[in-house]
Design a protein around this ligand. Sequence first.
Ligand code: BGC
Length: 714
Amino acid sequence: MKIKLNLYLLAAFSVIMLNSFTVTESTDQKVEKLLSQLTLQEKISLIHGNTYFTTPAIPRLGIPALHLSDGPCGVREENAPDRWGSANWTNDATAYFPSLTSLASTWNAELATEFGNAYGEEAIARGKDIMLAPGLNINRTPLNGRNWEYMSEDPYLTSRIAVNYIKAAQSKGIAVCAKHYALNNQEFDRGTINVEASERALREIYLPAFEASVKEGEVLSVMGAYNKFRGRFACQNPYLLQEILKGEWGFRGLVMSDWGAVHNTMEAATSGLDLEMYPIDGKKEYYMGQALLDEIKAKTVDEKAIDDKVRRILYVMVKLNILGKAEPDTTGMAALLGTPDRAKTALKIAEESVILLKNKEALPLNLKNIKTLAIIGDNATCKHARGGGSTIIKAKYEITPLEGLQSRLGNSVKINFVQGYNASKNFKSVDKALIAEAVKTAASADAVLIFGGLNHQPGLDCEGDDKPDMKLPFGQDELIKAVIKANPNTIVIMIAGSQVEMGSWISDVKGLLYTSYLGMETGTALAEVLFGDINPSGKLSYTLPYKLEDSPSFLLGEYPGKDGVVNYNDDIWVGYRYFDTKNVKPLFPFGFGLSYTTFAYTNCKVDLTQKTDPLSCVVSFEIKNTGKLEGKEIAQVYVRDLESALPRPTKELKGFAKASLKAGESKTMKVTLDKRAFQYYDPAKKQWVLEPGKFEILIGSSSDNILLKEQIEL
Ligand code: BGC
């Protein structure tokens, strides 16, 4: 009997083992089996696109086409297969989510998960397999035309938002694509510029978000950038692709090129690129097409190198469970896109991302005091979804600020709208007649809202160019100053996806809200914040300098570079790491944002639960809502290394937590710091090091408002 039972147990155990063995082995087994059945010709066909956004199917083996699509704010409208431009579908209008800068300014990793979930569902409904986002490049210069597509100047904040976004989106059955790997921090000469950066800047500033996306987010694809790094194009760069991404970080997914970012067959074939997208000059010639086939036949490239590329493409397909999948059925698709629950997610992110930068008892607006409201500025009526480059969206709808206010206020207030400035192509133009009209409208109103900032015109927040300077375009400084003079009850709402100068009028304005592009519910979110239905809780994800000349890329570094090279002499001194350490006062610091209520921080405790590997340090503190309104506070945890062989920034962000508190309520917050929080990258040792000694843990409401601190020794 006993023997029989043991035999049963053994049999059951074997089945379990066999099953788990089959499960863990099956991805690789499936991949290898398919790979062994492919002809060389078929393999070559798989490693480049066949239309602008697809790869070819191989029906005899059940290998489906991969459907790729931009971009960070949602699924782009269908592109024509054989040219840039719309396929003119009538059923592909989608949810338009806030920009990634907005998401980052919520400092809410749970919202990044919600964003990822909604974004993944939209992509599935559109029949897409790989979504070309998130953009993870660092805001190095205020002038980068694509800053609004990225998240922050800080690698830690970017990493935390990215990891949750990626995990959630991929949990819906799509792959996302971490881009643009790496050092694509300007649009100027982006296709040719050679970036020279130190190993320390690379590791500490420009790579951590990609590293976290691979190691923690398990991102399934990465897009190589347009630019060169240390003399080699990023898409043909063995150091970035093979050594770091695939070697050190163990990335198993596929690396695709940015569109048209491949320049040489041999280099592309042997440097770690797996998928070439977009043919040469728009013709059907790919560097990794016939030209590569010829090289293999001539035995100048080993077929094994191609196998690795195909293996990774098949690996992604197996992970997505799309082998044998038919072409997406688009009937009935329109009803599945931009659904009310996804619009609600877009709204939630918009609400939490709005940043209150100044408030001299001006906000929230009190309806009792307002009979006539002047609304001034082109951004009150401008729709932003259809601009910006590859991130453009055919939005199901987009509520402008004016529309949001009209529906919030109904007939209770008389709204007088005037355009205020002419958002023409000439950024320097000042329209005196529009200013005069705005002044007149403002003078007779009880309160004035100016909606200004930037838009997605080429040369502003738009792919392909950088901004000419940090100034507000279209004579907005003149407009704002004149309107404040006419009516001191003026509030400015600045909609901009990158830094703009505001120093010439900041001391005269009563209230200032600052946001990036907020998506389909822009107007709803802004009206809610202005009238206090929502208490603003966003904080800056980048430093706002007084002027361009204060910023480190301008002062220490080079921008946009000379003779095709840009030296990142600003090194690790990017954003607040520079302003803080060198004592340069910005207009508003990194991490800054006010609320309609107030908060107090007390009771800091640092518990070094484990000093040795894996190091774990739990920082706890209490936040109390000391005001009269419910609100949310973002507490930031910075680390300062007090004794270090290499120069280190005065402080670096290593943790944060967002608390939602009723009036009078307190909560204990806990933030866990790991080993990386205390390390720096030592270029001599070629590794991250933890130098024993004293460290300070700094807890604050922004990078320049530290409220609690504790010292520890490691
Ligand atoms: C952009 C990418 C984008 C691709 C496809 C490129 O110009 O740099 O971000 O995903 O086009 O539209």
